[in-house]
Write a protein of this length. Structure first.
Length: 324
């Protein structure tokens, strides 16, 4: 399925995508990994976990799955699942990202887990790797974590490569991170090649703690880009006991859980196309998918504006999360 033909109304849960950051490698910054993942974090064990999640996601109506070169072996796990389930593969839209290289060598205690490089040489290498693994399945390829000063927005040689990729039928997008997301999004909206806008999607962090990119994402939506929301649960800070009291309050009112409320808050944004679940267990995924049925009234949505932090405070706290 081409990304351009992806239908977010195909199933009740189709606006919720599955991100594989948490299960493609043994270490990540999400809270609760010691509880969520098995003691055995071998590639074989995490492949099985990823396949269980993909099976459950497809069965519940999820139609978009998101990976990245830096998510350990996530692309490999996804490719194996797609190849073994051809009927499911035809229904799924697949996205991945380039720009970070995984360097942890399958260790959760590595000093450095990933290295960022947005050069044309890195694109050439990582596109070849992604294409080899996901050949025939890859619909969307995104630049990973663009910032306003990223060379990915200014390098003519790289932009030409991305334009040729788009001309060949692969949708080209970008993701953003950090306190200057809005500036990066707006800069990306101005990028053209031969007079045509280059980017068709933008994947950004938005959650009830970090709302600063909302206006820029609305502009991207108005310009015709599909907006993909990542980290809607703030790496676990908006789920379970860690969630602010406002989410627990609304969860009690709606008969759901704080994580579902957090995802529903993102789904209620008029510019949001797809909101990612980063579930590490099938139970978490089922709880997350309840968000598709949650309807928040104006008072509840106003309640959920109260936990918002300054971008600087949010991203500082995120940078301090340990890799588990």
């Amino acid at each position: 399925m081409a990304f351009s033909s992806f239908r977010p109304d195909a199933t009740p849960a189709a606006r919720i995508g599955l991100g594989l950051a948490a299960v493609g490698r043994p270490g990540y910054i999400n809270l609760g990994r010691d509880r969520d993942l098995p003691a055995d974090r071998s590639p074989e064990a995490l492949r099985a976990r990823a396949h269980d999640l993909l099976d459950a996601a497809h069965a519940h109506g999820v139609r978009y799955v998101d990976a990245a070169r830096s998510y350990g072996r996530a692309e490999e796990f996804l490719a194996a699942w797609l190849a073994s389930r051809p009927d499911a593969a035809r229904a799924m839209t697949v996205g991945s990202k380039w720009g970070y290289t995984y360097t942890a060598d399958w260790r959760a205690d590595a000093a450095v887990h990933e290295v960022k490089d947005h050069s044309a040489a890195t694109f050439d290498r990582q596109w070849a790797e992604s294409e080899q693994l996901l050949d025939g399945y890859l619909d969307l390829y995104q630049i990973h974590s663009v910032t306003p000063d990223s060379p990915a927005l200014h390098d003519p040689g790289l932009l030409g490569r991305l334009a040729r990729l788009a001309a060949g039928g692969v949708t080209v997008g970008l993701s953003t991170s950090g306190p200057d997301q809005a500036d990066a999004i707006r800069a990306a909206l101005g990028v053209t090649v031969d007079g045509r806008p280059l980017f068709s999607t933008v994947q950004s962090t938005w959650n009830v703690l970090e709302t600063s990119a909302a206006a820029a994402l609305a502009e991207a939506h108005e310009a015709g880009l599909t907006v993909i929301v990542k980290e809607a649960l703030a790496n676990g800070r908006l789920a379970g006991d860690a969630a602010p009291r406002e989410l627990h309050f609304v969860a009690e009112q709606t008969g759901t859980t704080p994580d579902a409320v957090a995802l529903a808050a993102a789904l209620h944004q008029p510019w949001a196309g797809i909101v990612l679940s980063g579930a590490a267990t099938t139970d978490q995924l089922a709880a997350n998918l309840a968000a598709a049925r949650v309807r928040l009234d104006d008072e509840q949505q106003n309640t959920l504006t109260r936990p918002a932090q300054s971008p600087a405070a949010y991203w500082r706290a995120r940078a301090e999360l340990p890799w588990h």
